[in-house]
Design a protein around this ligand. Structure first.
Ligand SMILES: [Zn+2]
Length: 132
């Protein structure tokens, strides 16, 4: 098992309210040349949590930080004009908190971050440090 010391939160950068599946993201990432979906977990609009890439395998989500991290993506993150917006539903917020707690328990000492802490991006469209 690789060493995990970070959990990094992303958004799918898809418009508020639009359902997107692991299968969709997997297809987009393969089109970008990845072997498969780059995230380990995906949180749907209804708060259900779906597995992406195996946690045993390094993700493809945060340049320079993939080797030792888990990547989580929630569906949404922009408004209908594709501007950054915290579109998380109440169910997604709850699911993110639970998933992060579970992963911190599984990988003690792990810190939690937003993609925007490592790249000049709005992703995940909310302040992870004040919330998680
Ligand atoms: Zn991101």
């Amino acid at each position: 098992m690789r060493k995990i010391n970070k959990i990094i939160i992303h958004c799918s950068a898809t418009p508020e309210g639009r359902p997107v599946s692991v299968k969709d993201i997997d297809r987009w990432h393969r089109e970008r040349g990845f072997s498969e979906i780059g995230y380990h977990w995906v949180v749907y609009l209804d708060g259900s949590v779906h597995p992406g890439r195996s946690e045993d395998v390094a993700g493809a989500h945060t340049v320079g930080h993939n080797a030792n991290s888990i990547g989580i993506c929630y569906i949404g993150g922009v408004d209908k004009n594709m501007k950054a917006k915290d579109t998380r539903t109440a169910e997604q917020k709850m699911a993110l908190h639970e998933l992060v707690a579970k992963l911190k328990n599984k990988y003690p000492g792990t810190t939690v971050h937003g993609h925007n802490e490592f790249a000049a991006k709005a992703c995940p469209s909310f302040n992870v440090q004040t919330e998680l």
